[in-house]
Design a protein around this ligand. Structure first.
Ligand code: ZN
Length: 463
């Protein structure tokens, strides 16, 4: 997230949620099956980590090394000699910073990624493979991310998730799901501060405790880091490097967390940014090396935009891969029992077009009573769109079959098409997930699940 106001809102929401009396949830399957975004975000206890929580800083407060944490203290002392003598930045420092000399390689001031300090690793801000997108999302795990993660799963798409430690401890099953789904997990600090403003010790703690939280939930110790707001200099680089982390920045931004002229994040601005990026890809900008695009798991808007623009990204790039995969990083975590395929292996099985008949993601927000979702992509088609009306009435969950003529690929006239599901439903705003599978013989099976009573007239429109 790049907008501090949005972050404050997230913190307040998290605080409000934390005062609610909590239920127990114990499995990723249980959490992942919840379709209602509000229910996904109901605070819960995850018993296996309850005893460990006191070993972490309070969530969404600036981390510092906890009293009596001798292991963290010893680690900090071990790395201290490797940290260059650069003073923490203060408000206003950027106005007086010598950008020509750029002695600290301060990205916020100059977009510098090539360190000046000795023995500090350069940041990654693009991927070496041509026509390839290193696909990643910041600020997760978001509590209501099921539809977004369902979408990624449906597309057989893995991504790099830059997790905030406080979110990991607050939403442990959502964090575990990312690992179970095969995404690459990196560190995005404990409480999302401007890292260059912190003391060495606090900067260390922000990274260290996030790594410990991810390790606690997933069994894996991350090896990659993205600083919030991209705020990094050689001092912060040295601290993260000393903890075994590679720093990952970006050169393109969806602006999905940057306020527009109104002071709020504006959907039109996000769309413009995506479209500009896609146009650049289509114009050959990435013909010799690929890109990293900044995008967020922060909220329903950012996740929905990611879903909406996925088909166009898929069409504009030859490959969309987790960032580590683009660097042939086959051991993504410290623990050796986690393996990723190298780039060549990943793209062997990569799905290079958006999946036909793959699950719709339904709605991920609760702001509208009517949603429509692109279910499948399209190759170019013409002619009058046929439609298949389906009525579903269900008290809790149900399914419906839309039998398409045998022998056709995806639609009654055999054309591969963009398929749109339009659903209206009551009560207003209820969340649902619709999934669709094509059995290869032209039969499309749809299933709908919801947590509330719904009466759903559905029209499956094959455009
Ligand atoms: Zn962020």
């Amino acid at each position: 997230m790049r907008n501090p106001n949005m972050f404050t809102t997230a913190v307040v929401l998290a605080s409000l949620l934390s005062v609610a009396s909590a239920i127990d949830r114990t499995t990723v399957a249980e959490q992942s099956a919840i379709s209602d975004p509000a229910e996904q975000c109901t605070t819960y206890n995850f018993p296996p980590i309850e005893e460990e929580i006191p070993k972490f800083p309070q969530v969404f407060t600036k981390a510092t090394i906890l009293e009596n944490d001798d292991v963290a203290r010893a680690k900090f002392e071990e790395i201290s000699s490797k940290i260059p003598d650069i003073a923490p930045k203060k408000e206003g420092d950027i106005d007086n910073y010598d950008t020509d000399q750029d002695s600290d390689c301060w990205w916020t001031a100059t977009l510098c990624t090539q360190p000046k300090a000795k023995d500090v690793l350069a940041d990654i801000s693009l991927v070496p493979e041509p026509q390839t997108l290193g696909y990643g999302f910041d600020d997760g795990p978001n509590c209501s991310h099921n539809a977004f993660y369902d979408h990624l799963t449906a597309q057989k798409q893995k991504a790099t998730m830059f997790f905030i430690g406080s979110n990991v401890l607050t939403w442990p099953l959502q964090a575990k799901r990312a690992m179970d789904d095969g995404h690459e997990i990196c560190v995005h600090t404990w409480s999302h501060p401007q890292m260059t403003t912190l003391s060495n010790e606090d900067a260390f703690a922000e990274i260290y405790y996030s790594m410990q939280a991810i390790k606690l939930l997933t069994g894996a110790t991350p090896t990659c880091f993205r600083p919030p707001f991209g705020d990094i200099d050689d001092r912060i680089r040295a601290i993260s490097n000393s903890l075994g982390l590679t720093n990952i920045l970006w050169q393109f931004d969806t602006n999905d967390s940057v306020p527009g002229p109104s002071g709020e994040v504006e959907e039109a601005n996000i769309q413009k940014s995506y479209l500009n990026f896609i146009e650049a890809a289509n114009n050959g900008t990435f013909s010799t090396r690929g890109a990293i695009l900044l995008a967020h798991e922060t909220n329903n808007l950012t996740m929905q935009q990611a879903i909406n623009f996925y088909p166009q990204l898929r069409a504009a790039f030859k490959h969309i891969v987790p960032i580590g995969v683009a660097f042939n990083k086959t051991q993504p975590y410290v623990e050796q029992d986690f393996k990723f395929p190298d780039f060549a292996k990943y793209i062997e099985t990569e799905v290079t077009t958006v999946q036909n008949g793959t699950p719709s993601t339904g709605t991920i927000g609760t702001t509208s009573s009517t949603q429509s979702s692109v279910v499948s992509p399209a190759s170019s088609t013409s002619g009058t769109p046929p439609s298949i009306p389906i009525s579903i009435s269900t008290a809790s969950s149900g399914s419906a079959q839309a039998a398409l003529p045998t022998g056709s690929d995806n639609s009654p006239d055999g054309l591969v098409r963009k398929m749109t599901v339009n659903a209206s439903f009551t009560p207003k705003g209820v969340g649902f997930i619709m999934s669709s599978q094509n059995d290869g013989n032209g039969a499309e099976s749809l299933s709908l699940s919801s947590t509330a009573v719904v009466l759903v007239p559905v029209v499956l429109l094959l455009l």
